[in-house]
Write a protein of this length. Structure first.
Length: 156
């Protein structure tokens, strides 16, 4: 199973659509906040399963700050991350994943792509699909297979 992970579009819809269109075979899309309204506008045009959380700039949203989904038997926690000090450390993310027996934890907010494997947990930030703070815009593709997990950051 392949999962598309997007974050921090800040309502620039064209990069969201381009990323989704580039991977027509992907059925599951996780959006990590800051641009929820834009994603809500376009998701009706796709026959995909969307999972969304709100970010610190999604003022009118009543979506959760943190959510969980099981994909191909693996527990995935996803959040924007602004309430977990992600600009300074990933330790709170790691602890949250460990406490909840998650194999993957996803976060945004920093606009900087990041991927780490630590003690059985994949910690992944796809970066920003429209406003990177360290070079090219990006998103993530995560292959979740029965025999392993492979996150990939895609620069656009």
């Amino acid at each position: 199973m392949r999962v598309l992970v997007l974050s921090d579009s800040h309502s620039f819809n064209s990069p969201l659509e381009a990323a989704i269109d580039a991977h027509p075979d992907i059925e599951h899309i996780i959006f990590l906040g800051d641009g929820v309204a834009g994603l809500e506008d376009i998701k009706r045009f796709y026959n995909k399963k969307f999972y969304l959380v709100r970010g610190n700039c999604d003022f009118a949203s009543d979506l959760p700050l943190i959510d969980t989904v099981i994909l191909n038997g693996k527990k995935v926690i996803f959040t924007h991350g602004h309430t977990l000090d992600v600009k300074y450390t990933t330790e709170r993310l790691f602890q949250l994943a460990r406490q909840n027996n998650a194999e993957i934890i996803l976060f945004g907010h920093t606009h900087i792509a990041y991927s780490e494997y630590k003690d059985g947990v994949y910690i992944v930030n796809p970066g920003s699909v429209s406003r990177s703070r360290n070079g090219k815009n990006s998103y993530a593709i995560i292959d979740i297979l029965e025999n392993g997990i492979m996150p990939n950051i895609i620069k656009i």
